[in-house]
Design a protein around this ligand. Structure first.
Ligand code: SAH
Length: 265
């Protein structure tokens, strides 16, 4: 009887882990445990270097984001890599920025792997919008200013009908909602124009880039100056744009501060 040259170690497992907005101190303990137990990790661009430094040196890291201006790894290929690794008995962690189920296509990956018979455990992460707003000391809801909050993408799936910003603006105004817009910087001209149909021009807005990282910057402005502020301050992706009266306090403070002192945070 011949013996195989390698042993098949049986099915491994896959965990979809939220890495949070970037600061490793904002990882959950469960996320940290999963990262430290992983043998193979598929890592997105938005996962900070400080978090990648927590990965065991023995683990294999596969970068699947848009690096150096290249196209990101096709979704189907990522899923194939996960499938192969799990079948080889690896403990696979799919590491995604923020929360894996807030945009970022975590849901699609779980569905496709389920169809292939792979169960995926999910570990929440702190989503960028939460961390960004809290870092300014501002609550997303406040009984005086906002009764609720909407997390919304500024960059819907290509070919889909897109967001009805006009209805959203009217609803945000009447229901007093804070709007947290992800992936909105590139399409900001359209978003600003449409939101102004239902929200007052003086509605406070914050733009926060690189939330929770040492490179974090932000600007506070009004809805009618949103695009100009982004251009003037050279704010870029990854940023969240947050619209609502919860920033009235910061806006008033800024407007009462001489321009030379109202430096970008
Ligand atoms: N799953 C992620 C979102 C992925 S979509 C989460 O829950 O945070 C990518 C978008 O998230 C970026 O375009 C940006 O709008 C936002 N984002 C991610 N990390 C960010 C950060 N550190 N600071 C500001 N915005 C961030």
């Amino acid at each position: 009887m011949t013996h195989p040259t390698h042993t098949f170690s049986g099915p491994g497992r896959c965990t979809l882990v939220g890495a949070g907005p970037g600061d490793p101190d904002l990882l959950t303990i469960k996320a940290l445990k999963a990262i430290q137990a992983a043998t193979v990790l598929l890592v997105d661009d938005l996962v900070s270097e400080a978090i990648q430094a927590l990965i065991p040196t023995s683990a294999r890291i596969i970068h699947v984001g848009k690096r150096g201006g290249c196209q990101s790894t096709p979704q189907a290929f990522i899923e194939k890599l996960i499938l192969m690794a799990v079948r080889e008995g690896e403990n696979v962690v799919r590491l995604k920025g923020g929360d894996p189920f807030v945009f970022g296509r975590g849901g699609e990956e779980v569905e496709h792997l389920a169809q292939a018979g792979i169960h995926v455990d999910v570990v929440n992460g702190i989503t960028a919008g939460l961390a960004a707003v809290s870092s300014l000391g501002v609550p997303l809801t406040h009984r005086e200013h906002a009764h609720g909050v909407v997390f919304i993408t500024g960059h819907p799936k290509p070919g889909s009908s897109g967001t009805d910003w006009r209805t959203l603006a009217a609803t945000a105004y009447s229901a007093r909602l804070t709007l947290v817009i992800y992936m909105g910087v590139n399409g900001v001209q359209h978003i600003q124009q449409e939101l102004l149909t239902g929200l007052p021009p003086g509605t406070p807005v914050a733009i926060i880039q690189n939330a929770s990282l040492p490179t974090q910057r932000h600007a506070i402005t009004t809805l009618d100056s949103l695009q100009d502020t982004i251009l003037d301050a050279q704010l870029a992706s990854p940023s969240v744009i947050v619209v609502g009266d919860v920033f009235q306090g910061l806006l008033t403070l800024q407007q009462s501060t001489p321009a030379s002192q109202a430096a970008l945070g």
